[in-house]
Design a binder for this molecule. Sequence first.
Ligand code: ZN
Ligand code: CA
Ligand code: ZN
Length: 405
Amino acid sequence: MQEFFGLKVTGKPDAETLKIMKRPRCGVPDVSSFTITEGNPKWNKKNLTYSIENYTPDLAWEDVDDAVRKAFKVWSDVSPLTFTKITKGEADIKISFNYGDHYDNSPFDGPNGILAHAFQPGPGIGGDAHFDEEEKWTKDHTNYNLYHVAAHEFGHSLGLGHSSDIGALMYPSYGFSDLNNIQLSQDDIDGIQFIYGPSNNPDQPTGSRTPQACDKKLTFDAITTVRGEKIFFKDRFYLRKSPYEPEAEVNLISVFWPSLPNGIEAAHEVREKDIIRFFKDDKFWVATAQNVFPGYPRDIYRTFGFPRTVKKIDATVSEEYTGKTYFFVGKNYWRYDERKRSMDAGYPKPIINDFPGIGSKVDAVVNDNDFFYFFRGTRQYKFDLQAKRVIAVMKTNSWFNCGAY
Ligand code: ZN
Ligand code: CA
Ligand code: ZN
């Protein structure tokens, strides 16, 4: 897993604060899990300078400048700090690309493994961020995106250690999530504000909250089966309950499917084709297991025959034996024939006609042993397709081994 995720992004300074803790236990809300570097080193001024000492040949100079500027902005947006680039004199935070042993007692290790490291606030080498020149630095979702790694390293340059919150930028493994706009978790914001105080911004920024599998208020955006397992989507995250693990796994969508967007709205698996389709707005992506096919996203109109009035899909599920795929859109649903590759005649129909008891709009739906499980808000409805009725109502997280409430 470590290999696949990327790496351990850590150097000497944060090795001391590195604490890979066990995931917070089920049902404990809002676990604050940021750490600060031992001794709480910090800058005693708000306006900091940085310099770019050398450039990687992997990217154009302006792309490096851009990645660095945006990476600092991630932190200036949520704190009273400002960052100014200088080209003369000694900057507080010096950025450089280095090969192997570069004489700071933290040699780089060639491709992968350690990507970068940064030093805690202080004079001289303090605050400096070094990037392993033997990595391939990118500005897209391929490994390794400089903007993402830089934003994480600058967290160390400011005095933050690693977080155990998997949604946090300061989580120790590389987790790419968005090309243009890194979303901090509330944990990152709590961490930086613990050191430097609140942002001067009149609208205090808020961060994302990593879903907790046993949160009673948990709702989902989309759910699909994938080769016998269920994957639940929520914002930037997916949750997955493996039969071999007692607790649900929570991870970033981008770790598994780097080219998918965040905020997937609907998803289904077509088993006989061994594909998963993901929907967001009027676009969809197709994947086999982890591999998203090239040439996507495509729009939903030409492939499925939706009218242009349909702007997004709320929920979708495919039925293995009939080869029918259902799409839930507002109060109506559509049925698509996977074998004929066309929408069945007579649709859309009102949900309430054929799926009584589940309400008039759904968040997500998934099939399991010929039952459809509809999710709406914090409720889940087990629907018997033969009897055409709801046979059980449950909490949304009944799949996660949360124990009785
Ligand atoms: Zn780190
Ligand atoms: Ca390396
Ligand atoms: Zn170094």
